[in-house]
Design a protein around this ligand. Structure first.
Ligand code: BV8
Length: 236
């Protein structure tokens, strides 16, 4: 660990799309990113799903197929975080904004997908929440209540409540080290976590990113470069 710590302080790690870029998945705000090709308001809000469910299903079916591509595998950064969780003497909570399953496949267990998971779906008509890897459309009946037109990706859209926020806030208020990896610091509440960790947890804060993020000045330490290089060297 580049930051030598004598204690076994609890660690909170936040990741964003940048950690999965070298695994072959697009980020959102890079020049070749997802928001350069799609308008958030047309594919990633509850209103978009009401107005044009077929376009929203197409958007997520395309990304689900991308994550399931055999060429898309966890990279050295995902694996280093799973090792950190296994080897650090204190708690390590990994909070990801990503909806891919690369942290899961890398072996991270103490993991929160605060923006949901692409390989899960839920139903607007009942309490179904289940794994799903096929294309989704409005004609497919819910496997639980059999109604059509209610199945949606288990993904947090803009304007919707992120998942497990109480658990995240508690961890931020009690951590000694907060590490942010591969996120541009554009989206709240995740972009505000560094401030909470510092002000409520008294944590040391580290940004590991390709370039300074929007919140770069909030971090005491930073390393810039590709995640598959700087993350393993920082956490090992
Ligand atoms: C909420 C799932 C209330 C979908 C996503 C006006 C109206 C309505 C809402 C708002 C508003 N103004 C503000 C808001 C709040 C809004 C928000 O923040 N909007 C922004 C755009 C201003 N937030 C919300 O609506 C959230 N909900 O606020 O509810 C609430 C609040 C608090 C408590 C309770 C309730 C819900 C937000 C979730 C939206 N869903 N994802 C999907 O994936 O399709 S967010 C979307 O952006 C992505 O999923 C991603 O998770 C997120 C952040 O993007 P990043 O991961 O940071 O990716 P990005 O491309 O931006 O950056 C990549 C970085 O990696 C770059 O810095 C790059 O340099 C770096 N990088 C690239 N390559 C590498 C690398 N780093 C290392 N190595 C490399 N190789």
């Amino acid at each position: 660990m580049d930051i030598l710590r004598a204690d076994a302080a609890p660690i909170v790690v936040l990741t964003g799309a940048g950690i999965s870029k070298e695994s072959g998945l697009h980020t959102f705000r890079d020049p070749d990113g997802i928001w350069a090709r799609y308008d958030i308001s047309e594919v990633a809000t509850p209103e978009a799903f009401i107005n044009n469910p077929d376009l929203v299903h197409h958007f997520y079916n395309d990304r689900r197929a991308g994550v399931l591509d055999p060429a898309v595998q966890p990279n050295a950064a995902h694996l280093a975080l799973a090792r950190l969780e296994a080897e650090w003497p204190g708690d390590v909570l990994l909070v990801t904004q990503n909806i891919d399953d690369l942290h899961n496949r890398a072996g991270s267990k103490n993991l929160i997908h605060m923006h949901g998971e692409l390989l899960k779906i839920r139903c607007n008509h009942c309490d179904l929440l289940t794994n799903w890897s096929e294309p989704l459309d409005q004609g497919i009946p819910c496997p639980s209540c059999a109604k059509q037109g209610g199945l949606r990706p288990h993904v947090v859209w803009f304007g919707e409540m992120p998942l497990e926020m109480e658990r995240i806030y508690t961890a931020l208020a009690n951590c000694g080290l907060f590490i942010s990896i591969g996120t541009s610091g554009n989206v709240y509440p995740a972009a505000g976590f560094v401030q909470m960790a510092r002000e409520e947890g008294g944590a040391e804060t580290v940004e590991l990113n390709l370039e300074p993020s929007n919140g770069a000045t909030s971090f005491e330490y930073s390393r810039y470069g590709a995640a598959s290089e700087i993350v393993p060297s920082f956490v090992s």
